[in-house]
Each structure stands twice: as C-alpha cells, then as structure tokens.
Design a protein around this ligand. Structure first.
Ligand code: KG4
Ligand code: ZN
Length: 370
C-alpha cells in the first residue's frame, strides 16, 4: 500500500511516499528559510506564495524519487491544521485536487499527530529494533513535541495502528506562552545571530559556559504539566541590555568564530536553562504518569544537548528516550503519511469539502476539563 503525505502548515513544503505506512520511499522537503531569514521570522503571505510555487514540483519529486506513478497511489494524507491558514490551504487544495482527479481516498492529519509518529517512523526504518514492530512494549508513552510553534506533552496509550484499535492521546500540558523553538529563535534574533535560531545557538553553546549566567526556571505550582519560556527570554533580554549592550551595538564579529565570549556564555546558559525546563516537566510527568518510554519530536529534538540531557536523566530510571532522526524531527511529510496510513486502513476518509483549520485540536486538555 502506497501513501502520499503532504505537509505545508508553516514554512516547509513537503511530500513523501511511504510503503505500508512504514518504509520511507521518498521524503522531499523544500525549505523557505531563504525567504523568511531577512525578516527574522515566517511572513505568512510570503509563505503561502512560496508553497504555491513549490507544491507541484515537490509532489512530483516525491513520486519520482519513490519511482512510482500517481495512479499507483492508494491514498493521500494531508495536514489539516494547526498552522498558518494560507499555507495549510495550499497543501489541502492540492491533495483534494489530486484525490478528485485520481479517485483516491483522502485522510486529514493533525500536525502534532504527525510529529508524534516521527518517532515510531524512525524505529520502523531500523527493522532490527525489537520494539519497532508493534510498539506495544513502548506504550503507554509520554510524547513531547517541541518545535517553533508548539511545546505540548501527551500521554499516549495507543497509536491506533491496528484496524480495531483507536488512537488514544491525552494532552497533559503545553506552553502557556512561547514555544521552546520560538524562544531559541527570539534569543538568537536578540543576539544578532539570524533566523532560525536553534541550530546556531546549539553550535555557539558548545563553546560557552552554561553556568555563566543564572536564568530563571519558572515554577508552575498549580499541579499542571505546563511549560513557560517567556520568563527566560525576558531575562536574556534584560541581561543583554545591562551587560552586552556594547558588544551588540558594535556587533562587528564576522562569522561565528568571532562571536565574543560573553555572547557564547549567554547562548550556553540560555540553552542549558531551556533544556532544564523541558527535563524538569518531563520528570514530573513521568512520576504522575509512569510510562514505558519517552518520545521527543519537533525541530528542537534536533538539539544534541537536549538529547543527551534527557537520555541521562531517564537512564537512571531505566526509561528509554526515543528521538526521530534530524530530518524527521523538523517538519516533513513522511510523518504525515505515517499518521495518515492507519486512517486509510480504517477507511476514516475525509470528505473533499474539508477545510484548513488553523487551530485544530488533537485532544481534550484533560487537566482543564475543557
Ligand atoms: O518542527 P519545526 O521544523 O517547525 C515547527 O513545526 O515549528 O521546528 C522548527 C524549530 C525552530 O524554532 C528552530 O529554531 C528549532 O526548531 N530548532 C532547534 C534546533 N534545530 C531546529 N532548536 C534547538 N536546537 C536545534 N538544534
Ligand atoms: Zn512542526
């Protein structure tokens, strides 16, 4: 069974073909980093225009790389939301037109369900992994999605892989303000390091002292497993104004090699604290909801210091922590096809009248009873 995944919720136009929902035959991602870089963030109008230009060549490349013709497909999975509405619409309309013309079934996928599936998908590429087959030994799991748009923690009892099985996700907590990746991006912008900020902060942090600047770890005392990143971002801003105004006013370093020590230390201290915030809440969650594994996905999951910290934190507790490969951590369409495949099997098809939903919800917020 061949599934085409299409993803266009933010600034990546992506398409991928999966065999039986597990084996990646192709995974094409057209990044728009060059378009948005000069603005220091994603400009929605420019994003949708670029998606329009990219969608057709990206889908064709995905089919070409997989070595298949469109008529060989068995179904299409597309991201319905959440995301930028103008961006989502490009992928959805393309998917609808393709399904209409080829008489194929369409399934809609929640972007975060896609990110959650990027961990099993990584395991499935390595068939010798004993856990990989049905993932039963890994569930229930705590799944943390950390990206530029989201920081959400789910309790997962089932992924709904079997025809008789329904997926079971419960949202345990999420960020109350900025997403973790957003904090990396804003701090990088503040320090004049460009956009997006995660990877450059990670590189500079390796050369700085993570204990040089003390930054606050928020206390969330109301029993919720929520996150907050605006306090640490504001603390970085204040520190910069007070201690680094001269460095940043001059800002005459050319290239990363010339970044001054004080900026390296601040980058390292910020990264260290952001990682601690994520680890602390995951640890609390693992006490309230004892899992058999932890799955971390989204762009921030690329961060090697985060990977190492969480592996060490949970090694003591004998809990395995899984991450996607870097290419499956950031936005991609293979994860969308993987999440859509079980829905195709169960014939949970979407109507061709579906619309983009910028604020689509995946699960009820259990602790708020909403
Ligand atoms: O998942 P993604 O591609 O898009 C969203 O759905 O948001 O994540 C992009 C985010 C950006 O905020 C970027 O700065 C962050 O992931 N990111 C990182 C790293 N690589 C990407 N954050 C920390 N460390 C990294 N190495
Ligand atoms: Zn994403």
């Amino acid at each position: 069974m061949l599934t085409l995944g299409i993803e266009s919720s933010c600034d990546e136009t992506a398409a991928s073909v999966l065999e039986n929902g597990r084996r990646i035959l192709s995974n094409v991602v057209a990044s728009q980093e060059d378009v948005h870089k000069r603005y220091g963030g994603v400009v929605p109008e420019l994003a949708s225009r670029r998606h329009l230009e990219n969608i057709s060549p990206v889908v064709k490349a995905a089919l070409g790389n997989a070595g298949i013709q469109p008529r060989e497909l068995d179904g299409v999975a597309v991201t319905q939301g959440p995301g930028l509405v103008g961006s989502l619409l490009v992928g959805i309309n393309y998917a609808k037109a393709l399904c209409f013309s080829l008489n194929l079934p369409l399934v809609d996928v929640h972007h975060l369900e896609g990110h959650i599936f990027s961990v099993p998908l990584t395991l499935w590429q390595e068939p010798r992994q004993a856990e990989a087959a049905d993932l039963k030994g890994l569930l229930p799991a705590l799944a943390l999605v950390v990206s530029g748009g989201h920081t959400s923690l789910f309790w997962i009892e089932g992924l709904g892989l079997g025809v008789q099985e329904e997926a079971s996700y419960r949202l345990l907590g999420r960020t109350r303000d900025d997403a973790a990746g957003e904090a990396f991006d804003k701090v990088a912008k503040l320090l004049g390091l460009g956009y997006p900020g995660g990877a450059v902060i990670e590189r500079l942090a390796r050369r700085g002292d993570p204990h040089a600047v003390k930054l606050p770890i928020p206390r969330i005392d109301n029993g919720k497993l929520d996150f907050s990143f605006s306090g640490i971002k504001t603390a970085v801003l204040r520190y910069t104004q007070k201690h680094l105004s001269r460095e940043l006013a001059v800002r005459n370093w050319v290239g990363e090699e010339a970044v001054p020590r004080s900026v390296l230390d601040l980058a390292a201290s910020f990264q260290h604290t952001a990682i601690k915030i994520l680890g602390k809440t995951l640890l609390e969650a693992s006490r309230d909801y004892p899992p058999r594994s932890i799955m971390v996905s989204g762009g921030v999951a690329c961060n090697r210091a985060l990977r190492q910290h969480l592996q060490e934190l949970f090694a003591e507790r004998r809990l395995p922590v899984f991450f996607p490969t870097p290419i499956l951590s950031t936005d991609n369409a293979a994860m969308i096809a993987a999440a859509g495949h079980p829905k195709l099997l169960k014939q949970q098809f979407a109507d061709l009248s579906i619309n983009a939903d910028a604020r689509l919800k995946l699960a009820r917020i259990s602790h708020q009873g909403a």
